[in-house]
Design a protein around this ligand. Structure first.
Ligand SMILES: Cc1cc2nc3c(=O)[nH]c(=O)nc-3n(C[C@H](O)[C@H](O)[C@H](O)COP(=O)(O)OP(=O)(O)OC[C@H]3O[C@@H](n4cnc5c(N)ncnc54)[C@H](O)[C@@H]3O)c2cc1C
Length: 425
C-alpha cells in the first residue's frame, strides 16, 4: 500500500489529499499540520474581520473532522515537520522522531513578513495571514480598542485591512515605502487613480515612507517612525509588507529553492517522489519562462490537485501560470495581469478610460506584457484567460468567442485588438 505524506493543510494540501484519495482509494495519507485547525482560505480573513462572513465561512471545505473522515486521512495536529531528507523520503519532527514515505507533498504556504524592527512586537501591532490573525484584529475592533489605524503596505493584503477599518468607521492612514500604491503590479497612472479614489473615501495615503521602528506613546498609542523622520501615530498598526515562503525547515535538504521550492509542471521538485504546491513553491511562469511564485488561491488549489494526482499514480500537469494581482476593496476593483517589470519605454501603450473602466496595457512586438484594469470585477477571469492565450501564441488573434464576450462587457475594440495582437496606430 502506497504511503503519502502531506505537510501543511491549506488549500493546496487539501486538494492534494482529495485528489490522491480519488486516484488511490487504498493509499495511506498522513497529513502533518503545525496547527490544530482545518484548511481555510486566508483571503477570507479580512471578510471575517469586517463581519461580512462568520468564522466558519473561512473554511470552504467543511469541518476538519468531516474532511478527515470523508477522505480517510491520518491528521497529525500541532506536529510541524522540522526537517526532510528527500533522498530517503524521510520526515523529521521536533521531538526527534522520523517517518518514511513513498511520496511527499510540501504545501506549507507562506507567512506574513514581520521585519525585526524595534517595537514590532508591541501590543496593538497586527499582521494579516492566518485565521488567528483575523480573530485578534476583530477582537480588538469589537472591543473598541482601535479608534485610529495605520496600515503599512499598500498592497493586496494592506488594502483589505484598510477596508476592515473603514467598515468599523476607524480613521485610517495607508503608508508604503514605494513610490506609489500596488507598486509591483500597477503602472504609475493606474496607481495615482486608485490613490485619488481611495482618498475620496476618506483614507489618507502616503507613499515613499519606509518604516524605521515603532514607539509607544505615554497614552498607549503607537507611533510608526519612518526612515525620513516622519511620524504616524494611531491606536493600532497593521504591518502588511509581504510574505515569506515557509521553507526554512528545508534548509540543507538538497531541494532546489529560490524564494520558494522549484517545481516542474507536475509539481515535482528536483527529487523523485517529492512534490511542492501552493504558496511555498515556484512553478514555471508561462509568460517569462522562469520559476516564479504566484501566490493566489486558485493556483494553490490547482497545484495541490496536480500534485495529489501525480503522487497517487496518475499523470497531471499544471499550466498557464501568469502573474495576477487582484484587489477588490471598498466597491473598487483593480486587476493586474502579467509582469510589469518587463515593460520598457519602447513598448506600445494602450490607454482607455470611461465611466466604467480604466485600462492601461503594454505590449512589444513579441507580445502582450502587462494589463491594468480598474472596474472589471465580473470580467477578470475572462481578461486573464485572454491574456494567457495571447502570451501562449503572440501571433494568434483572440478567438471569436472571447472577442464577443469582451465586447458584450463593454470593453472597447481598441483594447480587444491590442490584447489580440494588433498594435496601436
Ligand atoms: C489577506 C489575504 C488576502 C488574499 N487575497 C487573495 C485574493 O484576493 N485572491 C487570491 O487568489 N489569493 C489571495 N490570497 C492568497 C491565498 O490565500 C493563498 O495564495 C493561498 O491560500 C495559499 O494556499 P496554500 O495552501 O499554499 O498555503 P496556506 O493556506 O498558507 O497553508 C499552508 C499551511 O501549512 C502550515 N505549515 C507551515 N509550515 C508547516 C510545517 N513545517 N509543518 C506543518 N505545517 C506547516 C501552515 O500553518 C498552513 O496551515 C490572500 C491571502 C491573504 C492572507
Amino acid at each position: 500500500m502506497k504511503k503519502i505524506a502531506i505537510i501543511g493543510f491549506g488549500g493546496a494540501g487539501y486538494q492534494a489529499a482529495k485528489e490522491a484519495r480519488r486516484v488511490d482509494p487504498t493509499a495511506t495519507i498522513d497529513v502533518y499540520s503545525d496547527t490544530n485547525i482545518g484548511p481555510y482560505n486566508p483571503m477570507l480573513t479580512t471578510y471575517y474581520v469586517k463581519g461580512a462572513i462568520p468564522y466558519e465561512a473561512m473554511f470552504p471545505f467543511g469541518s476538519l473532522e468531516q474532511i478527515v473522515r470523508d477522505l480517510n486521512l491520518n491528521f497529525f495536529a500541532n506536529k510541524p515537520v522540522t526537517g526532510l531528507d528527500p533522498a530517503a523520503k524521510l520526515l523529521k519532527f521536533g521531538d526527534g522522531t522520523t517517518a518514511q514515505y513513498d511520496k511527499i507533498l510540501i504545501s506549507t504556504g507562506a507567512c506574513a513578513v514581520m521585519p525585526p524592527l524595534k517595537g514590532i512586537d508591541l501590543p496593538g501591532v497586527f499582521k494579516m495571514r492566518t485565521a488567528q490573525d483575523a480573530v485578534a484584529l476583530k477582537d480588538a475592533l469589537d472591543k473598541g480598542e482601535i479608534k485610529s489605524a495605520l496600515v503599512i503596505g499598500a498592497s493586496w493584503v494592506g488594502i483589505k485591512v484598510v477596508e476592515d477599518m473603514v467598515a468599523y468607521g476607524v480613521p485610517c492612514t495607508l503608508v508604503d515605502g514605494a513610490k506609489w500604491m500596488f507598486y509591483v503590479a500597477a503602472f504609475e497612472e493606474t496607481a495615482k487613480r486608485a490613490q485619488k479614489d481611495l482618498e475620496r473615501k476618506g483614507v489618507t495615503v502616503a507613499c515613499e515612507q519606509m518604516l524605521d521602528h515603532i514607539e509607544q506613546e505615554d497614552n498607549g498609542q503607537l507611533t510608526a517612525v519612518m526612515q525620513n523622520g516622519r511620524r504616524f501615530t494611531a491606536d493600532s498598526i497593521a504591518v502588511c509588507i509581504g510574505v515569506r515562503m515557509n521553507v526554512g525547515f528545508l534548509k540543507d535538504s538538497g531541494l532546489e529553492i529560490n524564494r520558494g521550492i522549484l517545481v516542474d509542471e507536475t509539481m515535482r521538485t528536483n527529487y523523485d517522489g517529492i512534490y511542492a504546491a501552493g504558496d511555498c513553491c515556484e512553478a514555471m511562469d508561462t509568460q517569462c519562462k522562469i520559476h516564479r511564485n504566484i501566490g493566489v488561491w486558485l493556483n494553490a488549489n490547482k497545484q495541490g490537485k496536480v500534485a495529489g494526482a501525480n503522487m497517487a499514480g496518475e499523470h497531471m500537469e499544471f499550466d498557464a501560470n501568469v502573474l495576477v494581482n487582484l484587489a477588490h476593496y471598498l466597491d473598487y476593483d483593480f486587476i493586474s495581469i502579467g509582469d510589469i517589470s518587463t515593460c520598457g519605454p519602447d513598448d506600445d501603450v494602450y490607454e482607455y478610460e470611461d465611466e466604467t473602466y480604466y485600462i492601461r496595457a503594454v505590449r512589444s512586438a513579441n507580445g502582450i506584457k502587462c494589463i491594468n484594469v480598474i472596474g472589471s470585477a465580473d470580467s477578470n477571469g475572462l481578461i486573464k484567460n485572454a491574456f494567457v492565450k495571447a502570451v501562449e501564441n503572440a501571433d494568434a488573434d483572440l478567438d471569436i468567442q472571447t472577442r464577443c464576450f469582451l465586447q458584450k462587457k463593454g470593453f472597447p475594440d481598441g483594447f480587444i485588438d491590442f490584447l489580440g495582437g494588433k498594435s496601436v496606430d
